[in-house]
Structures are given as structure tokens and as C-alpha cells.
Design a protein around this ligand. Structure first.
Ligand code: PGA
Length: 251
């Protein structure tokens, strides 16, 4: 069954102590009112083990924001999927547009990361989405199709079933511009159609497709009300427990 999910992406914010305080606040806020969706917090590597331990008896799950494209060895500064999994994290964000743009992560690198994450029992939250010029040229469908084919459609149906997709139009990330619910629904339905073509309708129906890009308490309800929008990947509004809770409450 397809899950509704609200996932935070802290990006490069919060010291260890600040991150622990934020996770504690969120845990307390959610303790009384059980959310109607899965709640995930995506944190920098340094927080993972501490935060995973902190939330282990709660409804909150933990995600990394990245993992290495190599199994192990002499890759100074990298963190492998096995290391991420050993912290207690269950998810791993892969293919965020910031990683694609600033760290030159191409389809091949992302395909490796997805395979390593799956091999170590992590569920990838795989991000796709077009930049502003591509949207203006009406190429958004082409772009997300190439991103799926380039990094995911080599997977077996069984492995694809472990993937959460996040459609994040790059022009909406951190800009305050949000895709309208109609724009988002249209491309989410297109993405689900691509998954159905490749893996069949049952796999497509089970696949959670999150929207990301300036999603906040005030627009979450309108977005999540659409049949193909199964939640959100939240950057800025995940940095305060009350703001994040407002989005969770949209379900
Ligand atoms: P934003 O970021 O909510 O701050 O726009 C979303 C994301 O990049 O995942």
C-alpha cells in the first residue's frame, strides 16, 4: 500500500546540539497526536547515530541526505551506505538537485548510489525535477523521464518497490515559489505513468511520490489533496519543529 510521507531535509544546517534539540522538539510534539503519515527527518551524517537513537521509540524515522557511490576504501571524506545503515537510519536521500548541480552527480553516479543504498538495506528517497529554463521550454516531462531512466529503471521491480520518489522542481527549491497543486499533480501523474509503463500498474500504485520545493504549512494541504501527491520533502520548513508539524498535520 502506498504510504503518505512527510520527510525533512535539514541540508547543511544545525550543529549536533541544535539537531538534537530539533529532533527532541519534534518527538515531543508528535508524542501525543499520532501523525496520519510516515514522518522522516533527513539529517547531515554527523547527526544520524544520535538522532536515530533519540527517536527509536517514536514514530519518526531517520534518513541520510547522501551516501557515497563506492562500497568502501580510500575515499577520504566520504560516507558509505553501509556506514549510514549502521547508524540506524532507514532512508537515504539520493539525487537531490543540489548534489546534481554543485557536486556534479550524474545519472551513472546516482545509479551506483541507489544500488549501494539498496544493497545495505536503505530505502532511497530519489529526487528528480527540472530547472527553470527547462520548465519554461515545456521540457519538464522529458527531464524527469531521463532522470528516471538514467538512474532507476535498471532496477528490478522488487528493488524499485523500495524507492520513494520526490519530484522537486529546482525553481521552487528555497525560492518561495511553489508549483501550483495543478502543476504538481500533472507531473506526478506523468511520473506514475512512467513507472506503470516500466514496472506495471501495481508497482506504480504502490510508489510514494513526494512533492518538494517551498512546501510549507500554508500550501501543504492543497498539494497533498491531489491523488498523485503522497506527501512532501521539506527543506526550510523542516528546520523548526512547529513548522514541520504543521505540514505533517496537513494529512
Ligand atoms: P525547500 O527545500 O523546502 O527549502 O524549498 C526542499 C528540498 O530541497 O528538499
Amino acid at each position: 500500500m502506498r504510504k503518505n510521507i512527510v520527510a525533512g531535509n535539514w541540508k547543511m544546517n544545525k550543529t549536533l546540539q541544535e539537531g538534537v534539540a530539533l529532533a527532541t522538539d519534534l518527538k515531543n510534539l508528535l508524542a501525543d497526536a499520532k501523525p496520519n503519515c510516515e514522518v522522516i527527518i533527513g539529517t547531515p551524517f554527523i547527526h544520524l547515530a544520535t538522532v536515530a537513537e533519540l527517536v527509536k521509540d517514536s514514530c519518526i524515522k531517520v534518513s541520510a541526505e547522501n551516501c557515497a557511490d563506492k562500497e568502501s576504501g580510500a575515499y577520504t571524506g566520504e560516507v558509505s551506505a553501509a556506514m549510514v545503515a549502521s547508524t540506524g537510519a532507514e532512508y537515504c536521500i539520493i539525487g537531490h538537485s543540489e548534489r546534481r548541480a554543485y557536486y556534479h552527480e550524474d545519472y551513472d553516479i546516482l545509479r551506483e548510489k541507489v544500488q549501494l543504498a539498496l544493497a545495505h538495506g536503505l530505502k532511497p528517497i530519489f529526487c528528480i525535477g527540472e530547472v527553470k529554463e527547462e520548465r519554461e521550454a515545456g521540457k519538464q516531462n522529458e527531464v524527469v523521464k531521463a532522470q528516471l531512466e538514467g538512474s532507476l529503471f535498471n532496477l528490478s521491480a522488487e528493488d524499485f518497490g523500495k524507492i520513494v520518489l520526490a519530484y522537486e522542481p529546482v525553481w521552487a527549491i528555497g525560492t518561495g515559489l511553489t508549483a501550483t497543486p495543478e502543476q504538481a499533480q500533472e507531473i506526478h501523474a506523468y511520473i506514475r505513468g512512467l513507472v506503470a509503463e516500466k514496472y506495471g500498474q501495481a508497482v506504480a500504485d504502490d510508489c510514494s511520490i513526494l512533492y518538494g520545493g517551498s512546501c510549507k504549512g500554508s500550501n501543504a494541504k492543497g498539494l497533498f489533496a491531489n491523488p498523485d501527491i503522497d506527501g512532501g520533502l521539506i527543506g526550510g520548513a523542516s528546520l523548526k519543529a512547529a513548522d514541520f508539524k504543521e505540514i505533517i498535520d496537513a494529512f
